[in-house]
Design a protein around this ligand. Sequence first.
Ligand SMILES: [Zn+2]
Length: 174
Amino acid sequence: MYIGHVGAALAAKRVRRSIGLLVLLVATYAPDWADTDLCLAGAYNPDGMLSHSIPAVLLLALVGFAAYGAVTRDWTGALVIAAVILSHMFLDWITGYKPTWPGGPMIGLRLYGHPVLDFVAEGIVIFVGAILYGRTLPPRRRPWVDISIMVGALLALQLTIDIAHMLMKSLPKC
Ligand SMILES: [Zn+2]
């Protein structure tokens, strides 16, 4: 999943308002940041075993939980951070094709091969996340206008990615 992960971050804001949106955005893309780090380190693994397999994501969630809890002493918030990191794995199973564990099967619905379906799936997550997020904002500033603009921008980004998928069979990730 690409931009859909933003939806998970927005939804989490509803669960624990005290967590900064930037922190939630870092958490929601944690496995992809891991990919970026591996890429920069020259150790990129194309199947995502080191970043997207179940043990890898559990480890990332544990690190996120410990880091957020240690810094803020908000252990409920730390649980939310861990859940957001885990959500990356489940959402990627909808759109992608990811390793489970070393020697285990690959799983996922592989919607990237069907860009229209991918856009619908990511769009739903973005939309639901934005609605939940909107309810955390004070009502006086007509937040729904801001939310609509945000949703429009996120959907436009996702559309760009899906069109790129239509034109090229696979997008370079590293
Ligand atoms: Zn990912």
